[in-house]
Design a protein around this ligand. Structure first.
Ligand code: PEP
Length: 251
């Protein structure tokens, strides 16, 4: 089964609108011949501009979070309809930074995945263990449970659309990348879980990314692994040249 690679940049809390304009102007040329699908997840304040600037290019825009409710008294929050209204197509759900600093739980992740899919946004669902959990030997158990809860109530047709990002917390922003074998082993566990929850055809279709200090130097090895279908890229997505290198692998 050959799945097209998907590379998503997570800009995190970086880039003002003016800086966004500059980076996107560099990215458009840099990734125009990308072999993978290309997504950039900008801060909310840059989404409208990013959608406008990437019209008629191969770059698609995603958000970094959304609320699971449709509307109401949730000061500071943004709904799926608001994102769709801007032309946003993807949304990162359950990033470890949101779990750590903003109280995101497996249950809120499931609610967000459910809402995003019901509205037509594609969720990029993050999972992954801390260093302590890896050292305790509970990585597989933890990631299994994160994926099972995230997919609770999601139909087979809908689950085929989602992207799952395996992001070991100890590798995010640390410069400490998982080895390609470590990354592939967990991506394979995730695919096995999808197979158990649905069926093997569905498991074969779901795209699973690795994220955690992926960069222009280590991307080729990671992306050559059979169960790694792309990357969720933080730091290296802020440099057009580095990001474009990562988008040039497809196999
Ligand atoms: C991320 O933010 O999802 C991430 C993987 O960051 P970095 O590439 O900087 O480790």
């Amino acid at each position: 089964m050959s799945r097209k690679k998907v590379i998503a940049g997570n800009w995190k809390m970086n880039k003002t609108p003016e800086e966004t304009r500059q980076l996107i102007s560099e990215l458009i040329g840099a990734v125009k011949d990308a072999k993978s699908d290309v997504i950039i997840c900008t801060p909310y304040t840059s989404l409208a501009l990013a959608v406008e600037l990437t019209q008629n290019t191969n770059i698609v825009v995603g958000a970094q979070n959304m609320h699971y409710e449709q509307s109401g008294a949730f000061t500071g929050e943004v709904s799926a309809d608001m994102l769709l209204g801007l032309g946003v197509k993807y949304v990162i759900v359950g990033h470890s930074e949101r779990r750590q600093y903003f109280g995101e739980t497996d249950e809120t992740v499931n609610k967000k995945v459910t809402t995003a899919l019901s509205k037509g946004l594609v969720p990029i669902v993050c999972c992954g263990e801390s260093l302590q959990q890896r050292e305790q030997g509970i990585t597989e158990e933890l990631v299994r449970s994160q994926v099972i809860i995230a997919c609770n109530g999601i139909s087979k047709e809908d689950v085929k659309k989602i992207i799952i990002a395996y992001e070991p917390i100890w590798a995010i922003g640390t410069g400490k990348t998982a080895t390609e074998q470590q990354a592939n082993d967990v991506c394979k566990v995730i695919r096995t879980v999808i197979g158990e929850l649905y069926d093997s055809e569905t498991a074969d279709l779901v795209r699973i990314q690795y994220g955690g200090s992926m960069n222009a130097k280590n991307a080729a090895q990671l992306l050559s692994m059979p169960d790694i279908d792309g990357g969720l890229i933080g730091g290296a997505s802020l440099k057009a040249g580095d990001f474009s290198v990562i988008t040039n692998f497809n196999g």
